[in-house]
Design a protein around this ligand. Structure first.
Ligand SMILES: Cc1cc2nc3c(=O)[nH]c(=O)nc-3n(C[C@H](O)[C@H](O)[C@H](O)COP(=O)(O)OP(=O)(O)OC[C@H]3O[C@@H](n4cnc5c(N)ncnc54)[C@H](O)[C@@H]3O)c2cc1C
Length: 805
């Protein structure tokens, strides 16, 4: 066994083997995989191993398609069968919402060249004569869908990796991982130690135990999961081809051919957790006792749809464990607080995602960053707040609703609240409807008396659409008070603060006390890793405001520049709260509560001051994400309620009041402002998103070389504002954009109704050669083409007159 390696993968399930293979493929051939038992000894061996391309996230869908297309290549390359059957998958829509979901997926497939299209009932009956299609309103077909052999795939990766020089050691449990002072790791095994710069935790069911060896706590918990296989079905035995699988997600089961029978699996409402306090070390190839009663409802729906299931006897039941994260997406990526420790844990559709996951993991380690925006997978989307109680509640909910549609603005309630601000109860008492943002409860909108006090969900306009409109118009006409406590806030103090920030961020830091600047943070590939507002509060004190959801994500970048001596960096997100008071009357509103002059000559745009508002010390910044005249007032968390009450009291007789973050999102779209993880992500280049003007090439900053290499290249796509002719639904993000002749040219990143301007709007990236004002396009809202046009300028205050007034 090697005593040194470029990377050590722990776990020989399908995921560990795929990562090993992809690392070797990208040129790291000096890599080792350690497996405590035989390969496939966790969830892998007993998986139903269905493969699908459908996912609500476009990038995840692209990676699933990569995976589906890889199997045949892998077989050809290694000579090892993956047991691939690709007779296709039929997706059934019983409801209008499901039809919208499938049509949207079909439109995305057209944009990315993925195989997914509608078929008629006649065609579907020909493809699968055993299905009763009554009551189905739309049928899609994915020709590459099907299933694989779990151990065949795992072994094919192993063969491919070994052929490139990787080592695999079975029956070699890892007993410890120890971080060394030089940034490398020692991986201890029963057969000796290996020193390595990269440890990869792909220990599946034992992901928590392996993580704990490095002091990491992962929000994961296993559940049981069952499927059964029928005896031979005569009609299938008589066929000379394989039947497509059936994705009847409204029926909440999956179904496919297995041998000459059918396999049916279900995510039942009455689910069961397993090994909550830790996966037993000795657990191996065991299964749990069958409990088909639990999935009876799902089975009955399957029988109704495919009567042959009920006519055949049951040959075999598999009830095995799988391990889940709170949102059922993988916990992926380098642990932000550590050097050289990569997690890939909590994968549910492992056979749809293993290839994409291996590829992205390898890119991240070998090249420094994945080529796609993976924030939906990034483990940094959870922080210390995602404890055991939260995780269990969310996993229970995820499991039970595995096949439910998750709508664009959906806010699941399980496990909440987990983090609240002092004003939470007050906000609740005035009708606050809350969403979850990096664990924080934050008000989305406020129900006025007589308005619904809960949200409905759907792809089209819902019951919150009017109340949110009322708030947005109130702000545009008078003023609104938006809780922005969930923004991330950092303080950097000390003699080296300015130089550290200059070394990190791409813009030049303000030289004068009281000035602010906007700045991008540049990623390893030259794209946008973040966007921040930096304010110089004193000679040696800066306040940085960024995306709250990306707080842990950004630690990876902040850690790359060593802090100079006597300089301190601290997160102030928990300690500080804030309100954005914006709208034409915002000045009058705040002025009633402070002696400081808010007149433009005393307090211009992009300036800051420490002022007292209603007797409370605040850092006031004259900026507003609404695009309107406005200030951000940041105070100590303990003062939040008093500040809020003072502001609300004054608002009362000015036609102003509380506004939630959903209206804020609509308002910033009217102004064409981008937002982190939507318009700004490492996938986009500054010259594409319009941020290049904020980059100062006459100084050094993080990843300057990568940006310099891109800076001379023409933009591939450009960020634009679109007006969409839509009257029952607005774009929400992810909708593809086509030219009128059907040529795909881009994708929506955010969408909303612009209540202040009376138009349905979207932001999105469009191929640079057609990204010009007036260009006619089609946006696939609800998956159907909607006539739209690219606007020459944002519809609200394009010259920034109100902002500076
Ligand atoms: C009943 C059932 C049906 C399923 N059906 C499907 C399906 O149809 N489609 C689909 O895509 N997915 C399906 N899955 C999910 C799929 O099985 C998983 O997503 C996938 O197997 C996860 O693989 P993994 O490599 O992450 O983990 P695992 O398979 O759990 O592998 C982890 C490996 O790490 C090893 N290990 C642990 N600790 C150590 C240590 N200390 N040292 C060395 N090695 C260690 C283990 O022995 C194990 O081999 C199903 C799962 C179940 C339970």
């Amino acid at each position: 066994m090697r005593t040194q390696a470029q990377a050590v993968v722990i776990g020989g399930g399908v995921i560990g083997c795929s990562i090993l293979y992809h690392l070797a493929k990208l040129g790291w051939t000096d890599v080792v995989l350690l497996e405590r038992d035989e390969l496939t000894s966790g969830s892998t061996w007993h998986a139903a191993a269905n493969i699908h391309g459908l996912h609500d996230s476009t990038n995840i869908s692209r990676l699933q398609h990569y995976t589906m297309n890889l199997y045949k290549e892998l077989e050809a390359e290694t000579g090892q069968s993956c047991g691939v059957f690709q007779p296709g998958s039929l997706y059934l829509a019983q409801t209008e919402a499901r039809e919208h979901q499938l049509r949207l997926q079909e439109a995305k497939a057209r944009r990315y060249g993925m195989n997914f299209h509608e078929v008629s009932r006649d065609e579907a009956e020909r493809l699968h004569p055993l299905v009763n299609f009554d009551g189905i309103r739309c049928i899609m077909f994915e020709p590459d869908g099907g299933n694989v052999d779990p151990s065949g795939v795992t072994n094919a990766y192993a063969v491919g990796a070994r052929q490139r020089g990787a080592e695999i050691h079975r029956f070699t449990p890892v007993t410890g991982t120890e971080a060394q002072p030089d940034g490398t790791w020692i991986v201890r095994t029963t057969k000796g130690d290996i020193r390595t710069p990269w440890v990869i935790n792909a220990a599946g069911l034992w992901g928590r135990e392996v993580a704990a060896m490095a002091g990491i706590e992962l929000p994961l918990v296993p559940t049981e999961h069952q499927y059964f296989v029928t005896e031979t079905i005569a009609e299938i035995a008589a066929m000379d081809r394989r039947l497509p699988s059936v994705a009847d997600r409204d029926g909440e089961y999956y179904l496919r051919q297995e041998g000459k029978g059918l396999l049916v699996g279900a995510y039942e409402r009455d689910m069961r957790f397993w090994a909550e306090d830790g996966t037993p070390q000795g657990f191996g190839h065991e299964l749990f006792a069958d409990d088909l009663e639990r999935i009876e409802d799902n089975m009955m729906r399957a029988i109704e749809r495919v009567p042959a299931v009920g006519e055949a006897g049951i040959k075999r039941v598999i009830n095995g464990p799988m391990i889940w994260s709170p949102d059922s997406n993988v916990l992926f990526g380098p642990v932000p607080e550590l050097t050289g420790y990569f997690c890939c844990n909590g994968i549910i559709p492992g056979f749809s995602q293993n290839g994409g996951m291996g590829k992205m993991a390898a890119e991240w380690m070998v090249e420094g960053e994945p080529s796609l925006d993976l924030f939906n997978w990034d483990m940094a989307r959870y922080g210390h707040w995602a404890g055991k109680t939260f995780t269990k509640a969310r996993v229970g909910d995820q499991y039970a609703h595995r096949f439910s549609i998750h709508f664009p603005n959906e806010e699941r309630t399980a496990g909440r609240p987990v983090r609240t601000r002092p004003a939470y109860e007050l906000q609740k008492s005035i009708g606050g409807q809350f969403g979850l943002n990096y664990g924080w409860e934050h008000p989305l909108w406020f129900a006025a008396p007589g308005e619904p006090d809960h949200e409905t969900y759907g792809f089209d306009r819902q019951n919150w659409w009017e109340p949110v409109g009322r708030e947005a118009r109130m702000l545009r006409e008078n003023a609104g008070i938006i809780d922005i406590s969930n923004f991330a806030k950092y303080s950097v103090t000390g003699p080296g603060a300015e130089s550290w920030l200059n070394a990190l961020f791409a813009n030049r830091m303000p030289k004068t006390v009281g000035r602010s600047c906007l700045t991008p943070l540049i990623g390893k590939r030259g794209g946008i890793a973040g966007d921040f507002t930096v304010t110089r509060l004193a000679d040696e004190e800066f306040l940085i405001i960024g995306s709250g959801a990306a707080e842990r994500f950004h630690q990876r970048f902040f850690r790359q520049i060593p802090l100079p001596e006597d300089t301190r960096f601290s997160s102030r997100t928990e300690a500080m709260c804030g309100f954005n008071v914006a709208g034409p009357k915002s000045r009058d509103l705040i002025q009633r509560l402070t002696n400081a002059s808010l007149a433009t000559e005393d307090f211009p745009f992009m300036r800051s001051k420490r002022i007292t508002v209603g007797g409370i010390d605040c850092v006031a910044l004259r900026v507003s994400f609404t695009g309107d005249l406005g200030w951000e007032l940041h105070c100590e968390a303990g003062d939040q309620v008093a500040l809020y009450q003072s502001l609300l009291r004054q608002a009362g007789d000015m036609g102003a009041g509380p506004v939630g973050s959903r209206a804020l999102m609509a308002l910033r779209i009217e102004k064409g402002y981008g937002s982190w993880s939507r318009e700004y992500s490492p996938e986009w280049w500054p010259q594409e998103s319009g941020l290049a003007g904020l980059i100062k090439m006459d100084k050094d900053f993080l990843n300057k070389d990568a940006y310099a290499a891109l800076a001379g290249i023409a933009p591939r796509e450009k960020l634009v504002v679109l007006e969409v002719d839509a009257d029952t639904a607005d774009a929400s993000g992810g909708e593809p954009i086509f030219l009128p002749d059907g040529t795909p040219v881009g994708q929506v990143t955010s969408g909303a109704f612009g209540y202040g301007v009376g138009k349905s709007l979207a932001l999105g990236y469009v191929r640079a050669d057609v990204a010009t004002g007036g260009q006619a396009v089609q946006v696939a809202v609800l998956g159907r083409p909607h006539t739209s046009r690219i606007l020459t300028e944002p519809p609200f205050d394009p010259k920034g007159v109100k902002l500076r007034s």
